[in-house]
Design a binder for this molecule. Structure first.
Ligand SMILES: Nc1ncnc2c1ncn2[C@@H]1O[C@H](COP(=O)(O)OP(=O)(O)O)[C@@H](O)[C@H]1O
Ligand SMILES: N[C@@H](CCOP(=O)(O)O)C(=O)O
Length: 290
């Protein structure tokens, strides 16, 4: 049996729309084994137990890229990444499926090839890059060629995923964005994004606070998350910084110490008892065969 473990990912990090993403310490696994029928899938909702399943779709793409017939396969999912909450559940599926196919046929693909294939399926590299490599990834594309650079995040920074009990579909959160942006906003985003990468490396929360403020998607998407203002208020009252993780609905708080992180969780749970909240660290390894 082949078992692939993939970290959750938090994309965008404010100003890094479709480019920046962080791997965090919340994991799902997918196992692949021989089967006596074309496909069996267990461990997910019945609606995903068919050949449209994203893990299987990525597995098929991997087999095709390797020029191999798709084998009869049983896929067992152990999922801890909430679906459609902005924590990269789709990136988990894509990376697990591709790595499952790669391991099935002798691990001949490089991480660069996996990243190219994963980006073709996902459409943007920001989640799949850290899902594959771990750490903070900054990615860009030249046509189909995806390049990614990695930043070590200073362990002084703590991340708290505040996960509402409602979802936001990535498709919807993309459809509400404007189609054009001014030069002035582009210049703002570029400067802030570069500074933000450095701020994460330095663990400089004051710089994170000023550099993370986005003008490209958060002002529009915050309207899809009715509790965004309350979560921001709680986070800032505890000296933290808040951004929308991926396309939401998860809101990620960044703090400088354990106590502030735990206090944010306590306060959020008081106001929103049905939310999940996880104190996370940065995953430094990315997806692996276990
Ligand atoms: N455990 C899972 N089993 C089956 N499909 C999944 C699973 N997790 C995610 N998916 C697929 O990924 C989609 C969610 O992707 P998306 O809307 O981009 O949200 P997210 O922010 O979680 O990545 C689901 O609709 C489903 O197709
Ligand atoms: N850059 C994408 C990231 C989507 O991340 P997800 O975790 O919500 O799938 C976007 O913001 O649309």
């Amino acid at each position: 049996m082949i078992k692939i473990k993939v970290p959750a990912t938090s994309a965008n990090l404010g100003v890094g729309f479709d480019c920046m993403g962080l791997a965090v310490s919340l994991y799902s696994t997918a196992s692949f084994e021989k089967n006596d029928q074309p496909l069996s899938i267990i461990g997910c909702e019945p609606e995903y137990q068919n050949s449209d399943n994203l893990i299987y779709q990525a597995f098929v793409k991997g087999c095709q890229f390797l020029k191999q017939d798709v084998p009869n396969v049983k896929i067992t999912i152990d999922n801890h990444i909430p679906i459609s909450r902005g924590l990269g559940s789709s990136a988990f599926c894509i990376v697990a499926g591709l790595m499952g196919a790669n391991a099935w046929f002798g691990n001949t693909l490089t991480k660069e090839q996996l990243l190219d294939l994963a980006t073709q399926i996902e459409g943007h590299p920001d989640n799949v890059s850290p899902a594959i490599y771990g750490q903070l990834g900054v990615s860009f594309m030249n046509d189909a060629d995806v390049q990614t650079v990695h930043f070590e995040v200073d362990p002084k920074l703590h991340f708290v995923a505040l996960i509402p009990n409602y979802h936001v579909s990535t498709e919807k959160a993309r459809s509400i964005l404007p189609t054009e942006m001014s030069y002035q906003t582009a210049i703002y985003q570029i400067g802030h994004a570069v500074a933000l990468s450095k701020a994460f490396e330095l663990g400089d929360l004051a710089l994170v606070k000023t550099a993370i403020v986005d003008k490209m998607h958060e002002p529009f998407r915050s309207q899809l998350i009715p509790d965004y203002p309350s979560a921001k208020e709680i986070t800032e009252a505890n000296h933290g910084v808040l951004y929308i993780s991926g396309s939401g609905s998860t809101l990620m708080a960044i703090t400088k110490d354990d106590d502030a992180a735990d206090k944010i969780i306590t306060d959020v749970k008081k106001s929103f008892p049905n939310w999940e909240a996880h104190h996370l660290t940065v995953d430094t390894k990315g997806a692996r065969v276990i």
